[in-house]
Write a protein that binds this ligand. Structure first.
Ligand SMILES: *[C@@H]1O[C@H](CO)[C@@H](O)[C@H](O)[C@H]1NC(C)=O
Ligand SMILES: *[C@@H]1O[C@H](CO)[C@@H](O)[C@H](O)[C@H]1NC(C)=O
Ligand SMILES: *[C@@H]1O[C@H](CO)[C@@H](O)[C@H](O)[C@H]1NC(C)=O
Ligand SMILES: *[C@@H]1O[C@H](CO)[C@@H](O)[C@H](O)[C@H]1NC(C)=O
Ligand SMILES: *[C@@H]1O[C@H](CO)[C@@H](O)[C@H](O)[C@H]1NC(C)=O
Ligand SMILES: *[C@@H]1O[C@H](CO)[C@@H](O)[C@H](O)[C@H]1NC(C)=O
Ligand SMILES: *[C@@H]1O[C@H](CO)[C@@H](O)[C@H](O)[C@H]1NC(C)=O
Ligand SMILES: *[C@@H]1O[C@H](CO)[C@@H](O)[C@H](O)[C@H]1NC(C)=O
Ligand SMILES: *[C@@H]1O[C@H](CO)[C@@H](O)[C@H](O)[C@H]1NC(C)=O
Length: 831
């Protein structure tokens, strides 16, 4: 345009015109910068210019990360962020390791070779798309920001000729629609690497990528080497280790196996959460699904893995220690302080902690100078050196003292272990039974300081203690007398103490483990009898580590509690690797045996209701009446055993957790069984006793229907009994829900209570669920309950199924005809 105008007139005016029109077109170009979505040869970006995707969703331009302070506030990056979100949220960064400081003098442009390049104020290229194929194709390229948040470098005239796209290089965020996988030919996988800190997009220590071996699973890595989480294999429907109910009602996963690539991608299906994204968190290394909540102007976490931040490897850095309590989350171990307060504050703990007083270490085993601080209940760090030949704690201590790089040792029945160099991955106040004791090496002066502090504290406390003790004596004398009288009366009652059996005794008692009663994940259960014809069930634990853990959990919990509705542990055997548990024998097997077997002897309604109440009482005792609260974590019909009078006994405490009173805790690993796991396990919320209430609710539905809620994965969602039951309940139609084998023989009042109660137990929000003692009251008829609302996850489940099933009415009509058939039978029989 400018040139054709300049062709007429004198040379001087033409030059002037040329200049003018050039300036004018420049002005046009720059003023249109805010409205276009394209960077081309004539249109570059600099300063606070941006390009916006056509639909106005995403913006590309220079930004400085929100929260930057001090020197980092002068760092500018080219990035993509949401246009319509009040909080600047970068989803991709070009120059993640090479920020510019003068955005107005820097330029993002199409360079001569056709690549998109970022030039700093000295006009040197500090970042480029760096594609070599452009020059050989004769293309004129443009860079376009698309509405999905993808920046594409492509041919100007042929938009399907794409040379490069930002979706192939995700930076901390995985947007819906992006492919995330592995190229089978180049073997190169997309790696989602965390930001280094909240304000620094440089690669951090955590990453997430597809299995390099080509299987459909993803791993989280610490420093590209150490795995700390996995999705498990894709089973065609879900990733196995993600357990059930990933947020399927929010996002839709797609897993694609093509000739040259394998990848995963997702779309958001929930219209209320359209602005959602997966990120790898820079601070905790978690994979998180975040969603933008317009009303609160903030990103909300809906899902995270690993669920416990402390199970992320090395999350607190060297000499840092992780606590599962909400805050403060990472601390330094005793005698250490934060090395870089600024980085730590921004969530970058890679430098961890440093000693406050350096070791005196003389290289000799002279214990005058350094000493050890005893840390109890810790998760021991990795990379220990085993000194198996050292047989005593003193020798182990000496071995550590004699080497200046040794920072800690641990001595237990498994032997002597020492740690050289940095201690990583420590966790304190571990409420786990497998926690250990670590002796941390500190300078003698450091230990003296704490010794003095302790003495001072003791002096303060002891005065108080004396008065308290005097009071206690006065009360105690009275109680003691009463207790003693009671003990004498009950002298026949079996004592609380457990019997320690020899392996051979149990081998003989079980006739060489010949009668198997059943098996589980941890081992098999055998029938046996002790002298005096006392029948027992002997559980033989298998799998070294898990078995050991389960053994200790059961002994420590069942050894101290007794209740008519809890299985009684008679004793145990722990001989080397042989770990066995001895229980009272339950002649009627498990509730699952009684409920789901197809033939004769169907449990009648009265018995079912009694079992429901008994189980609830046992759980209420665990949750509310023990010294510590106990969460069973694996309530299901298999774990409810029945004695000869069909009295239910809650069994299998292998996954149970002791938690202090009034204290909720994030557990490190998902526990429980498919079909009974509460949704908060998946979302990363703290776990309370309400997870058992949820499982109980699921079980109660099975007691009502006499069928498994979840028969098989492929079965249509319409047959998911809890959904059906809840909707029937809302329509006031409970009779059809009863196990049809009972032919309508049930107390309809009790049936209604059970149905409503089960619906309340499985509410999404744990605070809406009743406590176990409220469940007991309700079942006993002492608490009025309303119709429960449909839990959200069930609602979504049936919504998403409605599209897949042609005749959704089939199910209910079948049910009705069944019930009619049965009621006519009854009528015939009675008349
Ligand atoms: C950025 O743009 C605003 C107007 O949109 C202008 O007032 C401001 O001076 C610009 N800043 C720079 C550094 O160019
Ligand atoms: C973003 O906001 C602009 C103007 O406020 C509007 O025109 C556009 O439709 C919005 N885009 C989206 C994706 O919400
Ligand atoms: C472009 O790629 C080449 C080789 O792959 C590499 O040596 C060079 O540093 C890259 N340039 C930029 C600016 O990234
Ligand atoms: C590129 O353009 C040149 C001249 O315009 C032509 O000779 C050549 O064949 C073109 N190459 C390709 C790959 O199109
Ligand atoms: C555009 O590019 C694609 C991919 O290279 C090619 O298959 C297609 O033929 C091209 N279309 C035109 C009109 O050149
Ligand atoms: C992908 O498909 C190929 C060919 O059908 C098959 O051999 C391969 O096992 C598949 N890969 C995965 C991870 O399923
Ligand atoms: C990460 O690994 C590299 C080599 O694999 C090593 O040099 C580096 O020190 C490691 N980083 C940390 C923080 O341990
Ligand atoms: C270290 O102590 C052991 C036993 O306590 C002793 O045998 C050894 O000689 C000592 N070594 C040095 C270097 O003092
Ligand atoms: C200390 O232990 C480290 C690691 O085992 C070893 O490499 C080093 O030689 C030892 N130093 C001394 C003085 O024994």
């Amino acid at each position: 345009m400018g040139v054709s105008m300049a062709s007429s007139g004198s040379r001087a005016t033409s030059l002037l015109l040329l200049l003018f029109s050039f300036a004018f077109s420049l002005f046009l170009l720059f003023s249109s910068a805010t409205s276009t979505d394209t960077i081309s040869a004539h249109h570059s970006l600099s300063g606070n210019q941006t390009v916006t995707s056509r639909g106005g969703t995403f913006v590309l331009g220079f930004f400085t990360p929100p929260g930057s302070t001090g020197t980092t506030s002068f760092n500018y990056y080219i990035g993509i962020w949401y246009n319509n979100i009040s909080e600047l949220t970068p989803v991709w960064v070009a120059n993640r390791v090479t920020p510019v400081t003068e955005p107005t003098a820097s330029e993002l442009k199409i360079s001569d070779d056709g690549n998109l390049a970022l030039l700093d104020q000295f006009k040197s290229i500090i970042w480029s798309t760096n594609v070599t194929a452009i020059s050989s194709s004769n293309s004129t390229t443009v860079a376009v920001i698309l509405d999905k948040g993808n920046l594409q470098l492509r041919d100007e005239s042929n938009s399907s000729l794409v040379f490069w796209q930002s979706f192939d290089q995700p930076i901390g965020t995985l947007l819906p629609g992006a492919k995330f996988g592995i190229n089978k030919i180049t073997k190169r996988s997309q790696r989602l690497t965390s930001w280094k800190s909240k304000v620094d997009p440089a690669p951090g220590i955590f990453s997430f990528e597809m299995d390099q071996e080509g299987s459909f699973q993803y791993f989280c890595f610490w420093n590209s080497s150490r795995t700390y989480c996995t999705t498990g294999l894709w089973d065609g429907r879900i990733f196995s280790q993600m357990n059930e109910l990933p947020p399927v009602y929010i996002v839709n996963f797609q897993v694609v196996n093509e000739t040259d690539e394998n990848y995963f991608t997702y779309t958001v299906i929930d219209p209320n959460h359209l602005t959602s994204r997966y990120v790898i968190d820079s601070e905790y290394g978690q994979i998180q699904l975040l969603t933008w909540i317009e009303n609160s102007n903030s990103w909300q976490l809906i899902w995270a893995r690993p669920r416990s931040k402390c199970s992320v490897y090395g999350v607190c850095g060297p000499f840092g220690s992780c606590h599962d309590l909400p805050t403060p989350f990472c601390t330094c171990v005793k005698g250490f302080r934060i090395k870089s307060q600024t980085d730590w504050g921004l969530g970058d703990r890679s430098q961890g902690c440093e000693r406050m007083i350096s070791l005196q270490c003389s290289g000799q085993n002279n214990s005058e100078e350094d000493g050890f601080f005893k840390m109890e209940n810790v998760r021991l760090p990795d990379n220990s050196l085993s000194l198996a030949m050292l047989g005593s704690s003193q020798d182990c201590e000496q071995a550590c003292l004699s080497n200046c790089t040794c920072n800690a040792y641990s001595f237990s029945s498994t032997g002597c272990f020492v740690w050289h160099g940095e201690l990583l991955n420590l966790q304190e106040e571990l409420n786990e039974l497998d926690a250990g004791i670590l002796y941390l090496r500190l300078a003698a002066s450091e230990l003296q300081i704490s010794e003095n502090n302790k003495k001072r504290k003791v002096a303060h406390i002891s005065l108080g203690v004396v008065t308290a003790v005097v009071c206690l004596f006065m009360i105690g004398g009275f109680v003691w007398k009463r207790e003693r009288r009671r003990a004498i009366q009950n002298s026949k009652v079996v004592q609380n103490s457990l019997v320690s059996f020899m392996y051979d005794e149990l081998r003989i008692a079980t006739k060489n483990f010949s009668v198997e009663l059943g098996g589980g994940g941890f081992g098999s259960v055998f029938k046996g009898s002790l002298p005096g014809s006392i029948d027992i069930a002997v559980k033989k634990l298998e799998g070294l580590y898990q078995g050991e853990k389960q053994f200790r959990a059961e002994v420590s919990i069942l050894g101290v509690i007794q209740h008519v509705n809890l299985i009684r542990l008679i004793g145990f055997c722990s001989q080397g690797t042989k770990k066995l548990l001895v229980y009272e024998f339950m002649p009627c097997g498990s509730l699952a045996d009684q409920l789901f077997r197809s033939n004769s002897n169907v449990l009648d309604w009265k018995t079912r209701y009694r079992i429901a109440i008994g189980t609830a009482r046992g759980l209420a005792y665990l949750h509310e009446q023990c010294r510590d609260n106990i969460i069973h974590c694996d309530i299901k019909p298999e774990n409810i055993l029945l004695d000869d009078a069909l009295v239910p006994k809650v069994a299998d405490f292998g996954l149970a957790k002791l938690v202090g009173r009034n204290f909720s805790k994030v557990l490190t690993t998902i526990r429980g069984s498919r079909g009974y796991i509460a949704p908060e396990w998946i979302s990363g919320m703290p776990i309370t006793t309400k997870v058992d209430v949820y499982s109980y609710g699921m079980m109660l539905f099975e007691i009502i229907s006499g069928k498994r809620n979840l028969v098989s994965a492929t079965e249509s969602c319409f047959e998911f009994f809890p959904s059906v039951a809840t909707s029937k309940l809302i329509n006031g139609d409970v009779e059809v829900l009863l196990d049809h084998r009972l032919e309508g023989e049930a107390d309809m009042g009790e049936l209604a209570i059970a149905c409503k109660l089960a619906g309340w137990c499985i509410q999404d929000d744990e605070s809406s669920r009743p406590t176990m003692s409220q469940v007991v009251q309700a079942l006993e008829g002492n608490l009025n309950i309303n119709i429960p609302p449909m839990p959200k996850f069930l609602q979504r489940l049936s919504d998403s199924c409605a599209d897949n099933i042609n005749s959704p009415r089939n199910f209910s009509s079948n049910q009705n005809s069944n019930c009619r058939a049965s009621s006519t039978q009854i009528n015939n029989a009675t008349t």
